[in-house]
Design a protein around this ligand. Structure first.
Ligand code: MRU
Length: 351
């Protein structure tokens, strides 16, 4: 399996996703500030991977803290969480991971310093293992929704590279293929950062899953020509009413899917569901640097001085979502009830 990120005694090791697909380079972040930078610059990206990276960054910062007692360590923990929490605003997994590490610290507060540090490192490693297990469970549920053969379109990269391993949307596709379904993936290139062209195509080719890359503006034509039997994407945050924040362009795909009578599925772990967020209008949308739009691979594509917008995500209203696949089962409309029910059940995920 692709090692998106892993804990090592030297620090947190990442495959550098800004270099893929032409170079497979690994970087080790030795401080929590370097981990924060890796999240911000998208060396690591994808909501679940961001969450696990944040947990590991916190564990690293705590492990290497010079605090002499739990109160001082708490002070350091708060500073570390604050810095890591400012990296990317949309993926709720980041804040979920920070909260989980803070809660773990609170439970350990009365223990010796070295034990607190050790347990926080173990907690981050556990989150890594749990994420892979969740993706496999998601795959088992979601595979039942995939057509037995034909085209499945995906947007951005919700694969092994966006998670601790296996993937959410691509986990569903992988599980369907493992069950013998003959799926051909259509990967939107996903401008401006090209996660589909660079990352989804790279990891599916490694697995030998037939893949065709299309530019984003080809998706509608592929659907109307009958080449697409289903769509499956990931999510950065799902509001309580089922509205979905995902990579910019997802909304367009969902509307086109409805027009063409194609099911549009979202695969995401329960940690991506934000029940405190009533609907999509409350989800903060990250605005990224204009250079991601103005330049491709360092080459300027637009005239000097032109105005640019670069929202990294959009909101797909729940009415376009045919089902939400989680590790605990499949939610269908009305999502207020189905998501709340899934969030309340015990996880059936085996590590
Ligand atoms: O900006 P990115 O590359 O972090 O955005 C990633 C996505 O939009 C993914 O679809 C989402 O995080 C789900 S990943 C399993």
């Amino acid at each position: 399996m692709i090692q998106t990120l892993e804990w090592t005694n030297d620090g947190v090791r990442f495959i550098d996703q800004t270099k893929l697909p032409t170079e497979e380079i690994y970087v080790t972040c030795k401080t929590y500030e370097q981990v924060a930078d890796a999240i911000q610059t998208m060396i690591v990206r994808g909501a679940p991977a961001i969450g696990v990276a944040a947990a590991m960054g916190i564990a690293l910062g705590v492990r290497d803290s010079n605090a002499e007692n739990p109160a001082e360590l708490k002070h350091d923990l708060d500073r570390i969480c604050d810095i890591i929490g400012k990296t990317r605003p949309t993926a709720v997994n980041l804040f979920w991971a920070i909260r989980r590490m803070q809660e773990k610290f609170e439970r350990l507060r009365v223990r010796p310093l070295e034990q607190i540090k050790h347990e926080l490192v173990e907690e981050a490693k556990r989150m890594h293992a749990e994420d892979i297990a969740a993706n496999k469970a998601m795959g088992r549920h979601g595979a039942t929704l995939m057509p037995s053969s034909g085209g499945v379109l995906t947007h951005c990269n919700a694969g092994a590279l966006a998670t601790a391993g296996y993937g959410t949307a691509l986990g569903v596709i992988r599980a369907a293929v493992e069950k013998g379904k003959k799926i051909h993936v259509y990967a939107d290139e996903t401008r401006p950062f090209l996660q589909g062209a660079r990352l989804t195509a790279w990891e599916l080719m490694k697995d030998g899953i037939p893949t065709t890359v299309i530019s984003d503006n080809m998706a509608g034509a592929m659907m109307s020509q009958g080449k697409i039997g289903a769509i499956v994407v990931g999510a950065d945050r799902i509001a309580a009413n089922g509205d979905v924040a995902n990579k910019i362009g997802t909304y367009t795909v969902a509307v086109l899917a409805k027009e063409n009578g194609i099911p549009f599925y979202v695969a995401a772990p329960i940690s991506t569901v934000d029940l405190a967020c009533s609907d999509g209008s409350r989800i903060p949308i990250e605005q990224r640097n204009a250079s991601e739009v103005t330049h491709i691979a360092g080459k300027q594509m637009v005239p000097d001085g032109v105005s640019i917008e670069n929202p990294a995500f959009d909101i797909t209203p729940a009415k376009y979502v045919s089902a939400i696949v989680t590790e605990r089962g499949i939610a269908r409309a009305p999502y207020e009830a189905s998501l709340q029910k899934l969030a309340a059940v015990e996880a059936d995920v085996q590590i």
